[in-house]
Every structure is written in C-alpha cells, then in structure tokens.
Write a protein that binds this ligand. Structure first.
Ligand code: ATP
Length: 135
C-alpha cells in the first residue's frame, strides 16, 4: 500500500467541491489517512512548489495557493499516487484532462485546476512530511 499527498486548492474549496473530491477518492476505493482544512503559509507554499521556483508562473502560483484555505489529505491504498493522478486528470483542465476526471469535469484554467496530487514516491514522502510532520 502507498500514500499520497492530496490538496483541494483554494478554488476547489471556495467552489464547494471538497465533498465531490473526497467522494471520488472514496468511491475509487482509496482511504483517508489524514484530513485538514488550513490556511497555507507562504513558507509552506514555497517548499511545496520548490521545483517550480524560477518559472514564470511561480509567483502567481504562490499567491493563488495562499489566497484561501485548502484541504490537505493523506490518501492511502494500492498505487495511491497514480490512482489519484488518474482521478485528477492532466494539469491543463481543458487541453489535457478528460471528462470524467476532477479537472476535466470542473476546471477551465491551468492555474485553477482544483487539486494537487504527489507525482512520485519521493515527492509523496517529502510532501507528507511538509504538510503532516506528525505522520
Ligand atoms: P500539481 O503538482 O498541483 O498536482 P501537476 O503536477 O499536474 O499539478 P505541475 O506541472 O507540477 O502540475 O504544476 C504545478 C501547478 O502549477 C499546477 O497544478 C498549476 O496549478 C500550476 N501551473 C502549472 N503550469 C502553469 C502555467 N503554465 N500557468 C499557470 N499555472 C501553472
């Protein structure tokens, strides 16, 4: 069994899609190991998105992710990392995510793409430590 760090980003929370996202995770057969609604400090946002430091969208990404509360989850199950990324759909909600995925069903713009999911075992470990140091 594997663990992944999932975020419902501020757009997902403000649009009332937390239940929808959690429902899809549960219906897939994955389980929730941790769940918290929280405001994101600048420092945590910078560490979370460190790999994008220097990219043109980095500053607006940090502004966006700190603009309102997010729901952070640790999701567990067999191949949880790939399984959640399949539920989320591709990064661009229109060009890449297909209907039936979270982003494909509810998203329009690449920055406001509703959810985050770790992309590898290494990122999952790093991100779970960052968001849930006690786990
Ligand atoms: P996440 O890491 O959030 O699961 P991802 O792995 O699908 O998303 P990344 O390429 O790691 O996508 O980008 C991280 C986040 O940065 C995206 O989810 C999106 O919110 C934002 N982003 C990516 N590319 C752009 C862009 N060209 N313009 C604005 N925002 C972007």
């Amino acid at each position: 069994s594997e663990r992944t760090l999932v975020l419902v980003k501020p757009d997902g929370v403000s649009r009332g899609l937390v239940g929808e996202v959690i429902s899809r995770i549960e219906r897939k057969g994955l389980t929730l190991a941790a769940l918290e609604l929280r405001n994101v400090e600048r420092d945590v946002a910078e560490q979370h998105y460190a790999e994008h430091d220097g990219k043109p969208f980095f500053e607006s990404l940090l502004e966006f992710i700190t603009s309102g509360p997010v729901v952070a989850l640790v999701v567990e199950g067999p191949r949880a990392i790939a399984a959640f990324r399949q539920l989320a759909g591709g990064t661009d909600p229109v060009e890449k995510a297909t209907p039936g995925t979270i982003r494909g069903d509810f998203g329009l713009e690449v920055q406001f793409n509703l959810v985050h999911g770790s992309d590898s075992v290494e990122s999952a470990e790093r991100e779970i430590k960052l968001w849930f140091p006690s786990l």
